[in-house]
Design a protein around this ligand. Structure first.
Ligand SMILES: *[C@@H]1O[C@H](CO)[C@@H](O)[C@H](O)[C@H]1NC(C)=O
Ligand SMILES: *[C@@H]1O[C@H](CO)[C@@H](O)[C@H](O)[C@H]1NC(C)=O
Ligand SMILES: *[C@@H]1O[C@H](CO)[C@@H](O)[C@H](O)[C@H]1NC(C)=O
Ligand SMILES: *[C@@H]1O[C@H](CO)[C@@H](O)[C@H](O)[C@H]1NC(C)=O
Ligand SMILES: *[C@@H]1O[C@H](CO)[C@@H](O)[C@H](O)[C@H]1NC(C)=O
Length: 618
C-alpha cells in the first residue's frame, strides 16, 4: 500500500499549533469524507454524518489475493457452500499486503502536546460492526511515511503517547457483505478516544461500505464468461465446442474470454450474476468484483464463483440458505438484469440504474437474493412478470441497449411477435408460403439434453402451414399480451416514448408441460404452469437473448429463419432493428448448443464489465 502520510501532511502543518497544555488536546480522526481519494484537512467538515454526497466509503475485502482458499478440506472432501465462501482475504486478522489496496485509509492527527501517560483507543460503533469490519494500524514513520506492517486494532489495544503524538495510520475493510440492511446497512462510525491528565476526549468519523452494484449494458464488457463444458465427456460437448468457436469469432478482440472449467453446466448466465464494489482512490476508483452466486444451492456450477474465479480483485457472494435452496429457474442470473442509469417519470434518480427481476404469477425469486439486492439500497429491484415463459427469465423478453440518438442514452428492446408475424405474412403474400420456416439444415441428432428439439418444426413446417395453425397464432397473441404489459410497466417508470422502443421480431412456441421435473433430468427447476396460463419458449433462436458487448457490437443467436430470395428475413430485420441504435449484429450459431436446450447466446455467456464510480459528491 502506498504511504498514507503524504496525503495529510498539510493537515498536520495546520494542526501544529504552538505548545498547548495537555488539557486542551483535541483528538482528530479523518477518513476520505469528501471522496476525492485522499485523506487530508478537506475531509474534516461534516465527517460525522454519512450522506449521499459526503462520507467515506470502504470496500468488502473478500477476494482471494494469494489463492489460499481451497474448495476442499484436508481430507479432500468438498467444503460446504457456507465454508467455501467464508474463506477470503478478510476472513483472518491480517491485512495481507496483496489485498491492502482494497482497505480504506484513515488517520489520526498528531497530538504532540500529550503527556507521556496519555492513552488512546480506536474502535467502531455500533457494537455489531465489530465482527463485520477490520481496522489496522501502523506507526507513522515521519521520515519515510511508510511501514509495511499492519497490525490489527482490537478492542483491547491501547495506543501510547508515542503513537498518539506522531499520529496513527489506519486501514479499514469489510469482511462481510451487506445482506440485510435492517440488520446492518454498511454504516460504521470509527471512534478515536484519548485520555490524558484525567481528561478523555473523543472524535469520530462516519464510513459506509460500498454497495454491490450490478452491471448494466452501457458498461463495456471486459471479460466474457462461458463454459468449457467440453473438456469432460459430456453429452453434447461437441456442440459447446462449436458454440465457443463461433463466440470467439464474434467477440474478436473486444473482450477476453474466460471459460468455467469445473462443471458441465453450460448456462454461464445463470449460475452467477457479476457485480462490483468501488471506493474513491487517489488515481480513480478502487474496485473489487463481487460475483453473486445464484440462489440455487444445489446447482454445483455456482461453486465455480469461489473455486475458480475468486482471486485477487474478485470475491463472491453465497446467498443464504433457507431460501433459494435447490435449483429453481426463477433464481437464475438470466432472471436478473439491470436498467441503465435514469431518472424515473416520478423524478426519482437511479444514478446506477435499477435491477429488474421476473416473478412467476405471484412467486418471487429467493428472498436471500431479493433482500441482498434491496439491501444495497441503490438499484432496488423492479419486478416484471415472466411466469408465462417456460424458463421464466427476464432476458427472454427485454433488454437494454445504448443509444446515442436518445437523450436517456439507452433504450429498451423487447421481444415482439407482431413484427415477426408480419414478416411471415408478407413472405406468404409475396408467394413464399412454401418456404420452410426454419432454415437450419445441419446435424440435428438428439441427445439427453435437447429437450426442445422438434423434428416437425425442422422438416415439415412452412411459412403458410404455420400461419394456418390457429394455436400458433393464439400463442403469439398470448405472448404479446404479457410483453405489452411488461413494457407498459417499464414505460411507466423509464421516460422513453413508445417510438423509442426496439421491437425485435420473435416467435414463441407453446411448451406448456405437465412434467413433474425438468425434461433434462435435473432436479425440478422449471415451475409448473400457473392454472389457466401457458409456458412459452422461443420458436426460432431468440434474437433478443444475446450478449451486448457495450461497444456497439451485439452477439446474437443466428436466426435460422425462413430464407426468401437468398435472405434470412428474420436476420435481415433483426440487423435493421439493432442498426437503428447503431449496433452491429454478430451472429453465433447456437441452434444445437443452446436453442434446443432451452436458452440462447445470452444464457450461455456472461460478462464482467467496466467498474464505475457510483458515488456523488457535493
Ligand atoms: C504519569 O503517571 C505516573 C504514575 O502513574 C505519575 O507519577 C506521573 O506524575 C504521571 N505524569 C503525568 C505527566 O501525568
Ligand atoms: C509506545 O509503544 C512503542 C511500541 O509500539 C514503544 O516503542 C514506545 O516506547 C512506547 N511509548 C511510551 C511513551 O510508552
Ligand atoms: C480453468 O480455467 C482457469 C482460468 O479461470 C485456468 O487458469 C485453468 O488452467 C483452467 N483449467 C483447466 C483444467 O483448463
Ligand atoms: C398465404 O398465402 C396464400 C396464397 O398466397 C393465401 O391463400 C393465404 O390466405 C395466405 N395465408 C395467410 C395467413 O396470410
Ligand atoms: C407433417 O405435417 C403434416 C400436417 O401439416 C402432418 O400430418 C404430418 O404428420 C407431419 N409429419 C411429420 C413427420 O411430422
Amino acid at each position: 500500500m502506498r504511504p498514507l502520510s503524504c496525503y495529510f501532511l498539510s493537515a498536520v502543518l495546520v494542526s501544529r499549533a504552538p505548545y498547548t497544555t495537555a488539557s486542551t488536546f483535541r483528538p482528530r480522526i479523518l477518513a476520505d469524507s469528501n471522496r476525492d481519494g485522499i485523506v487530508n484537512h478537506l475531509d474534516e467538515a461534516d465527517k460525522h454524518d454519512w450522506t449521499d454526497t459526503r462520507g467515506a466509503i470502504f470496500l468488502p475485502n473478500i477476494g482471494d489475493s494469494l489463492g489460499r482458499c481451497a474448495a476442499v478440506d484436508l481430507t479432500g472432501s468438498p467444503l460446504s457452500n457456507v465454508e467455501l465462501w467464508r474463506c477470503h482475504d478478510s476472513s483472518g486478522d491480517r491485512l495481507l499486503p496483496s489485498s491492502a489496496q482494497y482497505a480504506a485509509p484513515l488517520v489520526t492527527l498528531p497530538l504532540p502536546e500529550l503527556s507521556d501517560n496519555a492513552t488512546g483507543r480506536i474502535y467502531t460503533e455500533p457494537d455489531h460492526t465489530r465482527d463485520r469490519v477490520r481496522l489496522f494500524w501502523r506507526e507513522n514513520d515521519w521520515m519515510t511515511g511508510y511501514s509495511s506492517v499492519w497490525s490489527v486494532v482490537d478492542r483491547q489495544l491501547t495506543f501510547n503517547a508515542t503513537n498518539l503524538r506522531s499520529g496513527i495510520s489506519l486501514a479499514m475493510d469489510g469482511r462481510e457483505l451487506v445482506t440485510d440492511a435492517s440488520v446492518w446497512d454498511g454504516s460504521v462510525r470509527v471512534v478515536f478516544e484519548v485520555t490524558d491528565g484525567g481528561r478523555t476526549a473523543r472524535d469520530s468519523v462516519a464510513l459506509k461500505q460500498a454497495p454491490v452494484l450490478l452491471h448494466h449494458h452501457l458498461q463495456q464488457a471486459e471479460i466474457v464468461l462461458s463454459s468449457a463444458a467440453g473438456n469432460k465427456e459430456t453429452i453434447g460437448s461437441g456442440w459447446q465446442a462449436h458454440f465457443l468457436r463461433e463466440l470467439e469469432k464474434a467477440v474478436g478482440g473486444d473482450a477476453r474470454i474466460v471459460l468455467f472449467n469445473q462443471s458441465t453446466d453450460i448456462w454461464a448466465q445463470d449460475f452467477l450474476e457479476p457485480g462490483y464494489a468501488s471506493m474513491p482512490g487517489p488515481d480513480g476508483p478502487v474496485s473489487i468484483r463481487i460475483l453473486l452466486r445464484s440462489a440455487q444451492s444445489t446447482r454445483e456450477a455456482g461453486r465455480q464463483v469461489f473455486s475458480q474465479l475468486r482471486s485477487a480483485g474478485i470475491g463472491g457472494f453465497q446467498p443464504g440458505s433457507g431460501s433459494g435452496f435447490g435449483w429453481e429457474e426463477i433464481n437464475s442470473g438470466g432472471n436478473i438484469e439491470t436498467i441503465p442509469p435514469y431518472t424515473s417519470r416520478s423524478g426519482k434518480r437511479w444514478p446506477n440504474g435499477r435491477v429488474i427481476m421476473g416473478t412467476h404469477f405471484g412467486t418471487y425469486p429467493a428472498e436471500s437474493m431479493v433482500r441482498f439486492l434491496q439491501s444495497q439500497q441503490v438499484q432496488s429491484p423492479l419486478f416484471l412478470e415472466t411466469g408465462w415463459l417456460g424458463v421464466g427469465h427476464v432476458d427472454e423478453m427485454v433488454q437494454f441497449v445504448a443509444s446515442s440518438f436518445i437523450e436517456l442514452g439507452f433504450t429498451i428492446a423487447v421481444a415482439d411477435t407482431t413484427s415477426a408475424l408480419s414478416l411471415l405474412r408478407n413472405a406468404n403474400l409475396s408467394g413464399h408460403g412454401s418456404t420452410p420456416l426454419v432454415s437450419y439444415t445441419g446435424d440435428a441428432s438428439p441427445d439427453a439434453f435437447t429437450a426442445f428439439l422438434d423434428p416437425d418444426l425442422l422438416h415439415n413446417t412452412t411459412i403458410s402451414s404455420i400461419l394456418a395453425d390457429p394455436s400458433f397464432i393464439a400463442t403469439q397473441a398470448y405472448a404479446q399480451k404479457y410483453i405489452d404489459q411488461n413494457l407498459a410497466l417499464l414505460l411507466r417508470e423509464v421516460p422513453l416514448r413508445d417510438q423509442d422502443i426496439l421491437r425485435v421480431p420473435t416467435l414463441f412456441k407453446d411448451i406448456t408441460y405437465p412434467w413433474p421435473s425438468a425434461p433434462d433430468g435435473h432436479p425440478p427447476r422449471l415451475s409448473l404452469p400457473y392454472p389457466g396460463e401457458k409456458k412459452l419458449k422461443s420458436l426460432l433462436p431468440q434474437a433478443i437473448n444475446g450478449l451486448v458487448l457495450g461497444n456497439g457490437k451485439y452477439v446474437a443467436p443466428k436466426q435460422w429463419g425462413p430464407v426468401v430470395e437468398g435472405q434470412d428475413i428474420f436476420a435481415q430485420t433483426v440487423e435493421e432493428v439493432y442498426g437503428r441504435v447503431g449496433m452491429k449484429v454478430e451472429w453465433v450459431d447456437d441452434y444445437m448448443s443452446h436453442h434446443v436446450r432451452g436458452g440462447e447466446v445470452h444464457c450461455g455467456t456472461n460478462a464482467l464489465r467496466e467498474m464505475e464510480r457510483w458515488w456523488d459528491t457535493e
